[in-house]
Design a protein around this ligand. Structure first.
Ligand SMILES: NC(=O)c1ccc[n+]([C@@H]2O[C@H](COP(=O)([O-])OP(=O)(O)OC[C@H]3O[C@@H](n4cnc5c(N)ncnc54)[C@H](O)[C@@H]3O)[C@@H](O)[C@H]2O)c1
Length: 384
């Protein structure tokens, strides 16, 4: 079903999980007028969260909300909901995503798209059984203009023979040992992958999309803090991996191999939501990092010298907005762009750079499961 035509270019959404990310979606939906060509437009019709206050945040701000519930099945039963955004702890992805797809609703789910490989496989089975729904996974960082520029350079083959690619997502807030434990630090709710499940897809979306698929992996995982305050005056075990460095071989266009280094770190001194993609090639190199979101870095060469140049790129997003091109682009702009991409995909349009596909999440799970084995057995694991 083409939801946009069925609903007169308005896609009616249910939000399951009204926490940090649920509210980001709501904010993007509220400023849809920001897009120069709005295309299909989201309207939030239903919300679900166990926490009443989290639901109330939506009902107080969005008069369009008709249903607020603690049971997501109530949203799935409604014929006035076309699509679901699901932003729940990882342990809930499997059942919820399967139920959403079986209810015939389009789905933007959150990463890692299942707590482990078995959960991801069960979700993908449901997706295959329901080709009428459009299913994607959230990943917003590639929508920064600097990253889009880097993607264009990759597609144009500007780097020549690739030397190495590094894709990283780094935080430092966990370096405070007094930061209380939450569901993201527990294996039961976050999964065995730890930081890799939480942050990994962000580092994989662009490499996978441009065809850089790992053929093997060697993983080094670290756990640096054993316990954290439990928020009730005691302490609780902090079970998940804090940092991970994956070194993979990737096949180049010429059949040779180059290293793809995927870093996901919760303890990276000085990093605040630092997302980085750097491509080094024999002919040119380039880098985008959210530490300098307005910039695109690239090398210029004279004979055997290379100089890093900084281009102040400005606001030139994939989906044009009302913001002048001289202004800066930020996280909430990237979220808006991702949602613009998803709504167009759900309406059957082809977009220049789409959201993560279910098949890409399956590759991610193969990689992360192999990474756990690699670390355990201290060896390179082939992905086949
Ligand atoms: N794309 C991104 O940049 C990004 C950033 C952070 C988190 N995430 C992902 O988003 C998802 C949610 O993370 P978050 O940071 O928003 O978490 P959060 O803890 O802020 O929000 C989760 C919400 O789910 C609710 N919830 C828990 N169990 C529930 C249930 N059984 N039924 C209904 N509601 C329930 C909680 O009350 C909470 O409000 C995760 O998959 C996470 O990996 C993505």
């Amino acid at each position: 079903m083409n939801v946009a035509s069925a609903a007169g270019r308005t896609v009616r959404f249910g939000v399951i999980g009204c926490g940090l990310m649920g509210r980001e979606f709501a904010s993007a939906a509220a400023r849809w007028c920001h897009l120069a060509e709005p295309g299909p437009r989201p309207e939030i019709v239903g919300v679900c969260d166990l926490n009443e206050e989290a639901r109330a945040w939506f009902t107080r701000r969005f008069p369009t909300v008709q249903a607020a519930t603690a049971d997501y099945r109530e949203l799935l039963a409604r014929s006035d909901i076309d699509a679901i955004y699901c932003a729940l702890p990882h342990s809930l992805h499997r059942q919820t995503y399967i139920d959403v797809v079986r209810a015939g609703k389009h789905l933007l789910g959150e990463k890692p798209f299942g707590i482990d490989q078995a959960a991801n496989a069960a979700i993908l089975q449901a997706v295959r059984e329901h080709p009428e729904v459009v299913v994607r996974c959230s990943s917003e960082f590639p929508y920064f203009p600097g990253c889009q520029q880097l993607i264009r350079w990759i597609e144009e083959g500007r780097f020549g023979k690739i030397i190495e690619v590094r894709s990283a997502f780094r935080h430092s807030s966990d370096m405070d040992p007094n930061k209380p434990v939450n569901w993201k630090r527990r294996v039961e709710t976050n999964g065995e992958y730890g930081c890799m499940g939480d942050l990994g897809l962000h580092t994989q979306h662009v490499p996978f999309r441009v065809g850089w698929k790992p053929v093997n992996v060697f993983a080094k995982l670290s756990k640096l803090v054993d316990t954290r305050p439990d928020g009730r005056g005691g302490t609780a075990p902090c079970e998940t991996w804090d940092n991970a460095v994956l070194v993979c071989d990737v096949e180049d266009k010429d059949g040779g191999l180059f290293p793809l280094i995927l870093e996901t770190k919760r303890m990276s001194p000085g990093s605040t939501n630092e997302w980085l993609l750097e491509v080094q090639g024999l002919r040119a190199s380039a880098r985008f990092t959210t530490n300098d979101p307005n910039a695109f870095y690239y090398t210029q060469s004279w004979d055997k010298e290379q100089a890093w140049c900084r281009l102040g790129l400005g606001n030139k997003p994939l989906f044009p907005t009302i913001t002048g091109s001289i202004f800066e682009f930020g996280f909430s702009d990237a979220i808006l762009q991702m949602w613009a991409a998803f709504l167009r995909e759900a309406a059957g349009e082809t977009v220049p750079f789409g959201c993560v596909t279910p098949e890409e999440t399956a590759l991610s799970h193969r990689l992360l499961t192999a990474a756990l084995l690699s670390h355990r057995e201290k060896r390179v694991v082939e992905l086949g």
